[in-house]
Design a protein around this ligand. Sequence first.
Ligand code: ACK
Length: 304
Amino acid sequence: SDKIDKMSQVHFFSLESIAMATNNFSTANKLGEGGFGPVYKGVLPGGQEIAIKRLSRNSGQGLTEFKNEILLIAKLQHTNLVRLLGCCIQGQEKVLVYEYMPNKSLDFFLFDHSKRELLNWTNRPNIIKGVAQGLVYLHEYSRLKVIHRDLKASNILLDLDLNPKISDFGMARIFGVKETEANTKRIVGTYGYMSPEYAIKGIVSMKTDVFSFGVLLLEIVSGKKNYSSYCLERPLNLIGYAWELWMEGRVLELMDSRLDNSSPKDEIRRCINVGLLCVQDHPEDRPSMTDVVYMLTKDTVKLS
Ligand code: ACK
């Protein structure tokens, strides 16, 4: 049966109650395929709607480590983070339970023909700021640093007012107080959003997220997808294109041209400049997320 961890208030669901909520993981209840396995919609006996992530079996992580992460991550509460409600660990089965977000992901809004006009020049900068604020919270939470590692448009869910909530931090990497970077052989993440040092050498730090945030920002402004983050292919991708425009003093041409022109140009120019700072090759050149929020909200940004 279900149990609640007294210290953290994390709900440990039984496999029976998860099976019941999702109608035995029925395909009718499937919302989509996430980075670590399928995602299902579920309804608890009380009527609360939930989203259930079923992790693939060979996630390669020890059980204790997994539990510890859940206990910590379930405590994270911020308007720009999707709330983790609990989990289910039984036999081979590892399941994460989140609050249900009735709207689709940012990916769907940005890159779907019928939806993208709903994202205008008022809510695009708002989404960028919201994601940045959610990341500051993750990176600065209670002196530990929670690194998301797979920030991308499909992991940003939108609430009914199109405010962003970062999801899928169940596979986040948690750093101790003094730790600032780590080497990993288990490189999880998405091509196009991965920083060069992470994709090539497995070096993970808060600057890994900063890079992904920069890519995301450029995608939100341009309505274009970035397919590759490798330096050699730069001329072909969104990052290379953005830098080119910047060098020619035409950076506002990055703006999604399918939307009307009545837009806060200064604010968008500032956004793009922040994005370009975030996608620099060397992690030490990138700003922290705290700097990013400051630059997005308070200051003008000069490059070089
Ligand atoms: O764009 P989507 O409909 O929103 O498709 C993806 C899919 O599952 C795979 O990640 C959706 N999804 C993920 N988490 C949630 C959630 N908490 N509430 C609602 N939908 C979710 C996501």
